[in-house]
Design a protein around this ligand. Structure first.
Ligand code: S3P
Length: 455
């Protein structure tokens, strides 16, 4: 879905009698398809473009935000091909030479595309302008511009936001020792990519460790990246070209999260999700749901192309309210919309704090989440850095809308699976940014969802 498409889709969800089935990577006839990981897909496409030779990436996520990355790579002259879920990319290497001035690159709705590309363009030493949808223009970019400027990159923002302009300049870049004001895998990854072209070891310190997908993938490609597991990451500029990737991506934990909570709150449910990514920077929701009494069993754990994966068996459960604060917040940062739905169906109070970053996501996920769930009859109050839910009262149902936020839309859909009356989610087309066919997946598992399109 791009910013020019105006078709509006509403989803009508009728409370259902349980979700049952098995999900796994696309292409297996016996399971319902669970999308490949969004974070890994962005990184694999971009790092393959920075490698030398041909990369092949299986279980790639084909969705709005990853298409934004592929379109950007096309603008930069990168050759790639998608066949089903297999992406092949012919890399430019680390020194593609001074290309002619690039046109503005449209990053669509994808902050990951914009922030990671800023790092890659810095390493490649290419001049360009990075821009995107009105929603993307509202996202904070000063957090990458300031440290990139310290490294010697000629990069400018407009009032701290996109469009960003980057001018080619002197290389190598300065290696920096930098403390990130907020834990952010996007900022860290941007700076790691710029660090590939630095004159020494770049050291990055986060207040709490965020997902380390970029680090793991760079190691697969032969780059020395060290992490202390407590938020300090060091990258040494490589002496050789990055090796091309041959990998299969894990299933997306942040997509699985909606199905896991759907099964927990809908009586009579049992779902098995196979080969889901279990990167410790992404498993915060599972830990918190287990603390709430959620019956979630993890089996068949293994390593898949440098990332931990496993199978997740989940059954409907009686949940209890919980407190969420501190380091776990960053490890479930994308999961708060669906977590709030779990809290609404849990007995007692749930309190989230230390989560002010939620205001800076695809929507203000404190204000809009509280507004929309209140509209469905959930007693939820915003706070300065989170929210408080009085759970266990019946969720009534009604109308909600996405506010241009794919995860808010999916959370509202799930809320309607166990509510007293139906739920209608307006502007739900935005879901295709990260999980195309979400309603079809739920329907295949037993949900009753119908779709209405209009202009
Ligand atoms: C992402 C990191 C997180 C997350 C986003 C994907 C990534 O953003 O919210 O959906 O792929 O690195 P921040 O780094 O802004 O926390």
């Amino acid at each position: 879905m791009t910013m020019t498409e105006t078709n509006s889709t509403s989803l009508h969800i009728t409370p259902c009698e349980g979700l049952r089935g098995e999900l796994g990577p696309a292409g297996n006839d016996t399971t319902v398809a669970l999308p490949g990981d969004k974070s890994l897909s962005h990184r694999a496409a971009l790092l393959a473009a920075m490698a030398e030779g041909e990369s092949a990436i299986d279980n790639f996520l084909t969705a709005g935000v990853t298409q934004a990355m592929l379109n950007a790579l096309t603008e930069l002259g990168v050759k790639w091909q998608l066949q089903g879920q297999r992406l092949t990319v012919t890399g430019l290497g680390l020194q593609p030479g001074q290309a002619q001035k690039q046109p503005t690159i449209d990053c669509g709705n994808s902050a990951t595309t914009l922030r990671l590309l800023a790092g890659a363009l810095s390493a490649w030493n290419l001049s360009s302008q990075l821009d995107g949808s009105p929603g993307l223009r509202r996202r904070p970019m000063w957090r990458i511009v300031e440290p990139l400027q310290r490294m010697g990159v000629a990069i400018q923002a407009q009032d701290g936001c996109a469009p960003l302009t980057i001018e080619a300049g002197k290389r190598p870049l300065r290696a920096i020792n930098y403390s990130l004001p907020v834990a952010s895998a996007q900022v860290k990854s941007c700076l790691l990519l710029a660090g590939l072209a630095a004159d020494g070891v770049t050291t990055l310190r986060e207040p709490a460790p965020s997902r380390d997908h970029t680090e793991r993938m760079l190691r697969l490609m032969g780059v020395e990246v060290r992490s202390d597991g407590r938020g300090v990451t060091r990258i040494s500029p490589p002496e050789r070209a990055l090796q091309a990737l041959r990998m299969s991506l894990a299933g997306d934990m942040s997509a699985a999260a909606f199905l896991i909570v759907a099964a927990l709150i809908t009586p009579g449910s049992q779902l098995l999700l196979r080969q889901v990514g279990l990167n410790p920077g992404r498993t915060g929701l599972l830990e918190v749901l287990q603390r709430m009494g959620g019956q979630i069993d993890i089996t068949h754990t293994s390593d898949q192309s440098g990332e931990p994966v496993g199978d997740i068996l989940v059954q409907s459960s009686d949940l209890q309210g919980v407190q969420v604060a501190g380091e776990v917040v960053v490890r479930m940062i994308d999961e708060f919309p669906i977590f709030a739905v779990a809290a609404a169906y849990a007995q007692g109070e749930t309190r989230v704090s230390d989560a002010a970053e939620l205001k800076l996501k695809e929507s203000d996920r404190i204000v809009q989440l509280c507004t929309e769930l209140t509209g469905l009859g959930v007693p939820i109050q915003p706070t300065g850095d989170g929210f408080i839910v009085q759970g266990g009262r019946p969720v009534i149902g009604g109308r909600g809308r996405s506010h241009g936020d794919h995860r808010l839309a999916m959370a509202l859909v799930v809320a309607g699976l166990a509510s007293q009356k139906p739920v209608v989610v307006e502007d739900a087309q935005i879901i295709s940014e990260s999980f195309p066919g979400f309603h079809k997946v739920l329907s295949a598992l037993g949900a009753e969802i119908s779709l209405e399109s209009g202009k």
